[in-house]
Design a protein around this ligand. Structure first.
Ligand code: FE
Length: 213
């Protein structure tokens, strides 16, 4: 039998990017951790985007997107804004996103100018259906350096940017904890109210798991 220790997956390293798209006047974006220069001649960049993201469908339909490279000085708010809600439920380029934090590239798609160090405008050449995700094989149509900030890796995000679960202290045996499966926030109490919203990531009760200690 071959070993199948899935924790080996955690040894792979990733960067973090805001992937943006636009269609029919609507602008949208999500966080992805896969953007790779896959070939040099011609220069090709591959990205993998979850089919659950509205951005995925917009790239499928338009064949265009931008990638903004997130830096280590990024705040959790950037990840929460683009990564913790779907563009189906929330206007990502609405009033709660400062107008100074993005610009429109030549392709009419926004790119993020704050807490980033570069952006690419990509044109899709090929796609590959990988089940949960689609891989887009893209040709860069534009690329520019935005700052000298250090690119943020997924590991750096986990260790330094993502809020740590708040300790509930020494819950005696029999106490019940509800843990947010999105961000790790813990709520102590026998019942979690149906309308409870996670104070960190703003997800609701369906994203909490009940733990009895
Ligand atoms: Fe949460």
């Amino acid at each position: 039998m071959a070993e199948m220790n899935t924790k080996a997956m955690y040894k792979l390293s990733y960067g973090l990017y805001v992937c943006t798209a636009a269609k029919d006047g609507k602008m949208n974006g999500c966080i992805i951790n896969t953007a790779i220069q896959a070939a040099s001649s011609p220069a090709l960049i591959t990205i993998a985007v979850s089919k659950e993201n509205l951005t995925h469908d917009m790239i499928m339909e338009t064949g265009r997107c931008n990638i903004s490279v997130i830096t280590q000085d990024a705040n959790f708010e950037l990840f929460r804004h683009f990564g913790y809600a779907s563009g189906r439920d929330k206007e990502k380029f609405g009033d709660d996103l400062p107008k100074t934090s993005y610009k429109l590239a030549g392709n009419g798609i926004p790119y993020i100018t704050e807490e980033t160090n570069a952006y690419f405008s990509l044109k899709v050449k090929q796609t590959a259906d990988l089940g949960s995700h689609t891989v887009f094989i893209c040709e860069p149509e534009a690329m520019e350096i935005l700052s000298d900030g250090i690119s943020c890796t997924y590991e750096y995000y986990q260790s330094n940017i993502k809020p740590k679960p708040e300790k509930v202290g020494t819950a005696p045996n029999g106490k019940t904890i509800w843990r947010c499966t999105i961000c790790g926030y813990e709520y102590e109490g026998d019942d979690l109210p149906d309308d409870f919203i996670c104070p960190i990531c703003k997800h609701g009760k369906p994203d909490f798991e009940k733990i009895t200690v």
